[in-house]
Structures are given as C-alpha cells and as structure tokens.
Design a protein around this ligand. Structure first.
Ligand code: PRP
Length: 185
C-alpha cells in the first residue's frame, strides 16, 4: 500500500537535507582530525549502513572499512543488557586507528561490549562516531567522540534505524507512532 510506511511516522525529526548537511560536516571534521593517520572504520551493522555509506564518502582521506555484527538477547524496544557477536571482523585491527561507527547510542550496552571486544585486539587507537545520541537512555558512562545529532527520549526510525526490521529505508529520521509498537491506547 503506497505511503503506508510514512503513515506510521508521528513526526519528522531530521529531513534528508539536514542529515546530508550534518554528515558532510562530520566527515570533514573527522578527516581533518585523522590527518596523517589512516582510519579503519569498524561499522556496527545493520543500523549503521546508510550512515557509513554517506559518512565515508564525506571523508576525503585514505581509509579502510570493516563490519561487525552484534545483537542483544531478547526482543522488544529495550535492550536486555546481554550482547553477543553475530558477525566478526574480516581483518585484524592490531596497530590500526579504529573508528567505530554506530547509528545510535541508547543504553550504551552495545557500544560498551564492542569497545571491550575491540580493545582486546591491540588497536593503536579507538574512537567512536555515532549518528544519533540518546543520552536519556544511558545505563553506563559511555560517550562517543563524534555525535551527529542528540535526540530526545523517543522511539526513532529511519536512515537505518528499525522497528521490527522495518523502516530502515526511510530517507529521514522520524518518531514512530506509539500505536504501531504499543497498540491503540
Ligand atoms: C541498535 C543500534 C545500536 C544499539 C543501540 O542495534 O543499531 O547498535 O541498538 O542500543 P544500546 O545503546 O541500548 O545498546 P540493534 O540491536 O537494534 O541492531 P541493528 O543495528 O541491526 O538495528
């Protein structure tokens, strides 16, 4: 049904134009900070796919890319706290300047797990860029080095972010209507 996906959106938080402008800025800033060093971008799939695709093209320096997959046990709209690896990196990160690329930091549990895991592999350095930061959800003292947008305590979808694996292809970031995930009031 045409348009049905958009009908589930309560409000648009960031338009495609706002996203492109911010990601371009981020890419330039990160590229400048890594002058003389070659960053190795470790992307946490699947939510970060649109972000990494845009971010890396906004970084006009030599870089490399790898993917890592993690999942939290359990379902629903909140994390259970237990995280496991679902897809490991292809390449060694020993001695490399790793930049972890996330779509959103909510509780911080996913990122904490990934950072613990990566630091055991002796990288030269590790930094983090997240497209969205939701500080209200944080259960652990963890921050990104680079943040695209800080968002309020809402269930956001689009530009990679899903609910039940849907809405990742929305070109904007929006708030999901409550009755979609919680049923009618
Ligand atoms: C989402 C998102 C982050 C994580 C953030 O991943 O992509 O990785 O949750 O939440 P946290 O800070 O509370 O841990 P999800 O497990 O939904 O997988 P996905 O990337 O495949 O959507």
């Amino acid at each position: 049904m045409a348009g049905a996906m958009h009908d589930d959106v309560e409000e648009i938080l960031f338009t495609p134009e706002q996203i492109q402008a911010r990601v371009a800025e981020l890419g330039q800033q990160i590229a400048a900070d890594y002058a003389g060093r070659e960053p190795h971008l470790v992307t946490i799939v699947k939510g970060s796919i649109p972000f990494i695709a845009d971010l890396m093209r906004a970084m006009d320096i030599t870089l490399s890319l790898d993917l890592i997959g993690v999942a939290s046990y359990g379902a629903g709209t909140t994390s259970s706290g237990e995280v496991r690896l679902t897809k490991d990196l292809d390449d060694s990160i020993e001695g490399r300047h790793v930049l972890v690329v996330e779509d959103i930091i909510d509780t911080g549990l996913t990122l904490a797990y990934v950072l613990r895991n990566l630091r055991q592999r002796a990288p030269a350095s590790v930094r983090v860029v997240t497209f969205l930061d939701k500080p209200s959800g944080r259960g652990t003292a963890i921050e990104a080095d680079y943040v695209g947008f800080t968002i309020p305590d809402a269930f956001v979808i689009g530009y990679g972010l899903d609910w039940n694996q849907r809405y990742r292809n929305l070109p904007y970031v929006g708030i999901l209507k409550r009755d979609v995930y919680a049923g009618p009031l």
